[in-house]
Design a protein around this ligand. Structure first.
Ligand SMILES: C[S@@+](CC[C@H](N)C(=O)[O-])C[C@H]1O[C@@H](n2cnc3c(N)ncnc32)[C@H](O)[C@@H]1O
Length: 226
């Protein structure tokens, strides 16, 4: 066998070996093709973009939650109010990059089951500990510590949720809460259920609280000072 033929055969062998090794490390989707986790989540979000109908956060807020987690390198997250899992998917996607994990709580069994299906389809089940429970009780029981908490459940309980998670939140951590409006932003006094929550949080001396300027739904962010 002459040298060019030998080199060609050697190159082909190394190339085929690398291709098959890569396929082993990439997860397979339902159709049998191989893709990275990022691709899988992106495709899932694209497919479901117009199908979130269970009080789920809008895409823009999901993106904000994702970026908060990655930017601050948060790893221990808690979500109160899973519904069918839109916000949890954005948060868990970010946690897949920081090496973290999300506990998310939902009281409604049908939504909880649908969320589990969504987590599996998005490829994120391994990053999510989904609990079917009453958050009024479970949030008290969870030990923590957490560095990121997203409150998006029954609005009249927001202050109680905050009181329960504040001692379990690490310095530098963040509590995000959905559908909260500062009084000046609406011109109405505490019309939204989250109004008393905002008042409560701005009066916590160890927190810096504001409404995210790019959220249309009143996303309150409270950072625990370091
Ligand atoms: C606004 S939705 C959550 C949307 C979700 N974060 C998303 O973006 O996909 C509020 C959810 O909180 C749940 N919820 C209300 N009270 C609850 C409680 N006490 N414990 C747990 N979940 C509760 C509701 O069943 C509902 O599914």
């Amino acid at each position: 066998m002459n040298r060019p033929v030998k080199n060609f055969l050697l190159f082909s062998f190394v190339f085929l070996f690398l291709c098959s090794a890569l396929r082993i490390f990439l997860p397979a989707n339902e159709t049998g093709s191989f893709q990275s986790l990022d691709e899988k989540v992106r495709n899932f979000l694209e497919r479901h973009r117009y199908s979130w109908r269970d009080m789920n956060v809008p895409e823009a807020d999901g993106r904000i939650l994702h970026d908060l987690v990655t930017k601050n390198n948060y790893t221990r997250a808690l979500e109160i109010g899973t519904s069918t899992g839109h916000s949890a998917i954005w948060i868990a996607w970010a946690l897949s990059k920081t090496g973290g994990r999300l506990i998310t709580i939902e009281i409604d069994e049908e939504r909880y089951r649908e969320a589990l299906v969504n987590f599996r389809e998005a490829g994120l089940s391994g990053f999510i500990d989904a609990r079917l429970a009453d958050a009024h009780e479970l949030v008290e029981e969870l030990e923590g510590p957490f560095d990121f908490v997203f409150i998006d459940a029954d609005k009249d309980w927001y202050v109680n949720y905050a009181k329960a998670v504040i001692p379990k939140l690490e310095a530098g951590g963040c509590i995000a809460a959905h559908n909260v409006h500062a009084p000046r932003s609406t011109g109405r006094r505490w019309r939204m259920g989250g109004g008393d929550y905002y008042e409560f949080m701005v009066n916590q001396p160890e927190f810096e609280t504001s409404i995210h300027p790019d959220s249309w739904s009143g996303l309150a962010l409270s950072f625990k000072k370091k």
